[in-house]
Design a binder for this molecule. Structure first.
Ligand SMILES: Cc1ncc(COP(=O)(O)O)c(C=O)c1O
Length: 353
């Protein structure tokens, strides 16, 4: 989409005209603070010191760190409660309940559809290609109607693990007449470049990332959305005022003092993924292990439901994905530690006997 693309026309009128809640901590974070009805006598135990104050609504420091890391401006960054909040807000901003449609490319991450169902939005599914799990750009563009507002692409894709071709992504960004949401939750386990810096060139591109995967911080619930400053302003307007809590913010900021460790662990997971793929591929009950750019592998096995159940009996939990289109008899297996993966392989060997 070129720069003449008018985002305002895509935004729901009630959101365009919304006057957001103005929270106390937006104006002042220091001084004699008697403005927010916080508890002036403080938190009830020592570890919670400082937590009697509301958190910073704009998360300026965290957004600055993220922006610097990915080579964008702070105005291109939104922080949410996991990627899921980013997805939810995009529906709120761009999709009219009961009328609008989005396009997804199954098999893919389930939240795009769940969030659509919550907002009463119709999902038009254009399956990935059967031979290589790539998006079928022609079929996607043919499925567009005047009410199609967003397209969800996930690269590397969950549960297939592959990255989408940059050519297909670029074509879809240029030709899809709505918002293209590119979910890069697993990007740091791939050798692909992130599309995040490209949000300044493409006004309809929204990139999602998360601290739940390569950062190893799923528990703090910190998701990142990159988009044009205009889209980010809408997201800031619609979000609950204090969506990012003070503990999450503190840990997310600290993560940036530990980028070397994060990178080291991502590399270790990539190496372990290669080993695990080889080991799984050598087993009789495994028919195919698909190539993966993520921290998991999709494996086609003989009778996935049975193997899944037998692994559960041994207290080894993988994800059954045989119900997903194009994933008949497939299990999705997170790359574990070398020791965990050894236990998995041993258990699978027992099942082969
Ligand atoms: C593709 C994809 N996006 C987003 C998420 C969830 O991210 P978060 O934990 O930030 O909500 C997942 C989690 O499995 C995922 O697979």
């Amino acid at each position: 989409m070129d720069n003449s693309f008018d985002i305002k026309k895509l935004v729901r009128p009630n959101i365009r005209n919304l006057t957001p809640y103005h929270s106390a901590r937006e104006d002042f974070e220091e001084g004699l603070l008697l403005d927010a009805n916080e508890n002036s006598l403080g938190a009830p135990f020592q570890e919670a010191e400082g937590l009697h104050r509301y958190p910073a609504p704009g998360q300026q420091k965290l957004r600055e760190l993220i922006a610097e890391w990915r080579g964008v401006r702070k105005g291109n960054v939104f922080t949410g409660v996991g990627s899921d909040e980013g997805i939810d807000l995009l529906y709120r901003i761009f999709c009219q309940p009961g009328r609008d449609h989005v396009i997804t490319t199954p098999p893919t991450y389930g939240m795009y559809k769940v969030s659509a169902n919550i907002h009463d939005i119709t999902v038009d599914k254009i399956l990935l290609s059967e031979e290589d799990f790539q998006p079928r750009a022609d079929a996607i563009l043919e499925a567009v109607t005047p009410n199609t507002k967003m397209l969800f692409l996930c690269s590397p894709n969950n549960p297939t693990g592959n990255s989408f071709s940059s050519k297909a992504i670029e074509r879809l960004i240029k030709e899809f007449p709505g918002i293209v949401v590119l979910d890069e939750a697993y990007i740091d386990f791939s050798d692909q470049e992130s599309w995040a810096p490209k949000v300044v060139e493409h006004p309809n591109l929204v990139v999602l990332q998360t601290m739940s995967k390569s950062f190893g911080l799923a528990g703090i619930r910190l998701g990142i959305t990159y988009a044009s400053e205009e889209i980010i302003r809408y997201m800031m307007k619609v979000k609950p005022p204090y969506n990012i809590n003070a503990l999450t913010s503190r840990y997310a900021i600290k993560a940036f003092e530990n980028l070397d460790t994060i990178q080291f662990k991502a590399e270790a997971i990539k190496k372990e993924r290669k080993k695990l793929r080889k080991k799984l591929g050598e087993m009789n009950i495994v028919q195919k292990v698909y190539p993966s750019d993520a921290n998991f592998l999709l494996a086609k096995v003989v009778n996935a439901q049975n193997i899944y159940n037998q692994l559960v009996e041994r207290n080894i939990i993988v994800r059954y994905r045989g119900d997903e289109p194009l994933c008949n008899n497939c299990l999705r297996i997170t790359v574990g530690t070398p020791d965990e993966d050894k236990q998995l392989i041993l258990a699978l060997k027992e099942l082969e006997l």
